[in-house]
Ligand binder design. Structure first.
Ligand SMILES: Nc1ncnc2c1ncn2[C@@H]1O[C@H](COP(=O)(O)OP(=O)(O)OP(=O)(O)O)[C@@H](O)[C@H]1O
Ligand SMILES: [Mg+2]
Length: 568
């Protein structure tokens, strides 16, 4: 089977960044719709590209997909959901409370937490509420990369538990009363999730060690949540047609080795294998190739207009080293190679004699596997959400708790248990890590796009808080945004692949960064098959397919570009 077979009403496609969640969830939805089922595809990804893959402009309500009956899709837009949520909370008090009180309530609802809970609310309505998806035979969730999804899936129980145990009446999200109504919905959401007759979770992975390890970690965490109806979808499998091409052979051998050594826990799952397609997965035509790859015709790769390929990473590293210290952040879609490039830059700067810290905001924290040898002058770290939450709690309890009586202390401890605390703790750790750039190099491998945008939004709302209240914010938090905006302090490198969605998502990221007043220092195009020199027909066709995207980055999107060939 090229695609997972789906019989339950609800399905989740989850997996490491860039493995093919959106492509496979759309192809599966299309196959079901073509079989006469009425299907709704939902994206919870803050940086969704569903509209691009389905070639239809989407909104936050079900939209019919052009060119196929019975297929609909929608994006859960966290920002819009947060706006609605805020109005739902503040609206009843307008004209009742004085303007200053309304203003402070509004400010309270403009944090990253509200965005998270509001997005979750929308998701719970679709999964837990019967009315929102009435009339659909299947509801397919194209979820964001793993970290974010697990958080989304654990939230129902986190909030249900928080609501039922909270007696204080107030939380960082305002009157609990507003959430009380949701309690039944959250409970239904948890129930539907763990009911094997209602929900299937598809673990999407590429035939690669790190992606398979992440799938196994997700399988384990879902088992703890009582979610057991799982499938494994192996995507982008390459089997060289003719032997003798070094690149194609290396890809084939690597894929087969990864599958042969996949974690034990995955071997028992029903599995589907989807081959690597030379021309990507954007549009219904390409999605139909995913449904029946055998009927796809291979084209002789037409060598388009010659293109002068940009230089490698070395030129960038030499220029960065001149600064002597500062922060370098690699950003981009999941699975494009941010960690590998961050590690390469960090090791090179250390070899040039600089003191370097390599760290990550990505909960998956692959940096430790990316550096395979000891390099003098290089420290490797990570922002560990659990450790940061514990530290932050202790700090707040020590500072604010000392003057409180027992009831006040209990209330504070309750508030610190709210799922938002992790947002704040991770954000502060992020600010401290950037602060280290004052006197050394800090290379930050950031989490996939959606997650990082939320972190930057937090930076902005904190900065507003700094300007508004002059509250006793740590210096690192106070100067975070000015440092991120200072091109002499922070160099942002956008990492992409020479493909449709990675380039468009990187372009949107560049626009989001511009809104935050940040101008990227350079773009890096990674894993280029065109630059690898492969002669394998399938890979060479993909190489030709890269040209328009490389040209667009060089000529329209980047001030500096580095290109890295696909490497064994
Ligand atoms: N079987 C395949 N063959 C060739 N290219 C593929 C295949 N599946 C996906 N791709 C390409 O890989 C890239 C990532 O795919 P996709 O966007 O579906 O992944 P994702 O898991 O949803 O990513 P994200 O974590 O960023 O949401 C896209 O450019 C897509 O065209
Ligand atoms: Mg996706």
């Amino acid at each position: 089977m090229a695609l997972p077979d789906l019989v339950t009403r609800y399905a989740f496609f989850t997996g490491k960044g860039g493995v093919g969640k959106t492509s496979l969830s759309c192809a599966t939805g299309l196959a079901l719709a073509e079989a006469g089922r009425k299907v709704l595809i939902v994206s919870t990804d803050p940086a969704s590209n569903l509209d691009e893959v389905l070639d239809t402009e989407l909104s936050s309500t079900p939209t019919p997909i052009r060119g196929i009956d019975k297929l609909f899709a929608l994006n859960i837009d966290p920002e819009a959901a947060a706006q609605d949520y805020k109005e739902r909370m503040v609206g009843p008090y307008r004209g009742v409370l004085p303007p200053a009180a309304i203003a402070s309530m509004e400010e309270q609802f403009s944090g990253a937490c509200t965005v998270e809970i509001a997005a979750f609310d929308e998701f719970a309505k679709l999964l837990g509420g019967p009315s929102a998806t009435k009339g659909f035979d299947h509801v397919i969730f194209d979820t964001a990369p793993t970290g974010h999804t697990l958080r989304l899936l654990t939230l129902p129980s986190a909030w249900s538990e928080f609501i039922s145990s909270s007696s204080g009446g107030a939380s960082c999200l305002g009157p609990l009363a507003g959430l009380e109504k949701q309690k039944a919905l959250y409970a239904a959401t948890v129930d539907h999730l763990s009911n094997p007759k209602m929900t299937t979770v598809i673990l999407v992975s590429r035939p690669e060690g790190s992606a398979l390890r992440e799938a196994e970690r997700t399988r384990g965490e879902l088992a703890e949540l009582g979610v057991t109806n799982l499938r494994l979808a192996l995507n982008g499998i390459i089997v060289a047609k003719t032997l003798g091409d070094a690149i194609a052979d290396a890809m084939t051998v690597r894929g087969q080795a990864a599958i042969a050594h996949m974690p034990e826990g995955l071997t028992g799952l029903p599995r589907s294998d989807t081959p690597f397609l030379p021309r990507g997965t954007t549009g219904l035509g390409a999605l139909r190739n995913l449904i029946s790859p055998k009927s796809m015709a291979l084209h002789q790769p037409l060598p388009g207009a010659p293109i002068e390929l940009p230089p490698g990473l070395d030129a960038l590293i030499d220029d960065i080293a001149l600064q002597g210290h500062g922060v370098i952040m690699t950003m981009g879609k999941g699975g494009v190679g941010k960690t590998t490039i961050a590690a390469t830059i960090a090791m090179s700067l250390a070899r040039l004699g600089h003191q370097v810290t390599l760290s990550t905001t990505d909960p998956a924290a692959h940096v430790f596997q990316a550096v395979k040898e000891h390099v003098p002058g290089l420290d490797i770290a990570r922002i560990d959400p659990e450790r940061e939450v514990a530290n932050y709690r202790d700090e707040v309890l020590a500072k604010a708790g000392s003057g409180l009586d027992a009831a006040g202390l209990a209330m504070l401890e309750e508030d610190l248990r709210s799922p938002c605390t992790e947002e704040i703790a991770v954000f502060r750790a992020f600010a401290r890590t950037v602060d280290e750039g004052k006197d050394r190099f800090v290379v930050l491998d950031t989490a996939p796009t959606g997650h990082t945008i939320l972190l930057l939004d937090a930076a902005e709302s904190y900065h507003r808080e700094v300007l508004r209240t002059q509250a006793d914010m740590p210096e690192a938090v106070r100067s975070l945004l000015p440092r991120l905006r200072d091109p002499n302090f922070t160099k942002t490198i956008i990492v992409t692949l020479a493909e449709a969605t990675p380039v468009h998502e990187a372009e949107r990221l560049q626009q989001d960064l511009a809104r935050a007043g940040i101008t990227p220092y350079a773009w890096t195009i990674n894993q280029s098959l065109l630059a690898s020199g492969t002669k394998d027909p399938l890979l060479a066709e993909r190489g030709q397919y890269e040209k328009p995207f490389i040209r667009r980055v060089i000529e329209e999107l980047a001030s500096r570009t580095a290109l890295i060939a696909w490497r064994q």
